[in-house]
Design a protein around this ligand. Structure first.
Ligand code: HEC
Ligand code: HEC
Length: 162
């Protein structure tokens, strides 16, 4: 456990703004926010790799049980934007799924690590419903801000601060 914390500290020191701020790029396409932010948060593009985004954008008619189809010109513009702003390495590893299942940023090793102290009951609270429902706990998720100070878990769950 100590070793784990130590490694995390080095990574944080190397990239100070990494953990708690993942803004949507300031030049984000308005159409991305409008189309991909209507059913859920417009997820920060850096949380998935370019191949993951291509896979998601290539299957919008079967989008996690929903139909998110767009006209081809719009689909193409959004895909190009996501690929140009995609992440890589530690942040996206583990997100890609095998066997025809779509990738999920909530599957990544990074996501699991950041949330390893979230109590089970908080995940299953009906106001949360899914790990992808970032804004249920991160009050400023819409603004791309995930600072620990801004976390309010439904049901009054608390997490241990280091
Ligand atoms: C019609 C509603 C709808 C639209 C529009 C939509 N989505 Fe989704 N999306 C969903 C649903 C439902 C899920 C599954 C959520 C869950 O499991 O909690 C999902 C999940 C996702 C996930 C996986 C989240 C995770 O669990 O890690 C990503 C990534 C994603 N959507 C990207 C997009 C992008 C990019 C667009 C725009 C092209 C988009 N979505 C538009 C309904 C939608
Ligand atoms: C059930 C509530 C909950 C949900 C849903 C949730 N988080 Fe979190 N998140 C937390 C808690 C609590 C922490 C602090 C955990 C810890 O210290 O182990 C955290 C930590 C983080 C951190 C690190 C913050 C820092 O300052 O180090 C990031 C980034 C983050 N979450 C992003 C997300 C994203 C993106 C989503 C949606 C895809 C999401 N979270 C969904 C509760 C949640």
């Amino acid at each position: 456990m100590r070793k784990y914390v130590f490694v995390a500290t080095i990574l944080t020191a190397a990239a100070p703004a990494f953990a708690d701020r993942m803004p949507i790029p300031s030049d984000a396409l308005p159409v991305f926010k409008a189309e991909c932010g209507s059913c859920h948060l417009a997820f920060p593009p850096a949380l998935l790799s370019a191949p993951d985004w291509r896979q998601i954008m290539g299957r919008l008619e079967k989008h996690y049980g929903d139909n998110a189809t767009l006209d081809e010109a719009t689909r193409r513009r959004i895909e190009d934007f996501l690929v140009a702003n995609a992440g890589s390495g530690r942040r996206t590893e583990g997100a890609g799924a095998a066997g025809g299942v779509l990738p999920r940023l909530t599957f990544s090793n990074w996501f699991r690590h950041e949330h390893d102290e979230v109590p089970k009951g908080a995940w299953s609270d009906k106001r949360v419903g899914s790990a992808a429902n970032c804004a249920a706990c991160h009050t400023r998720a819409e603004a791309g801000s995930f600072s620990e100070r801004e976390i309010r878990m439904p049901g009054g769950y608390r997490h241990e601060r280091d």
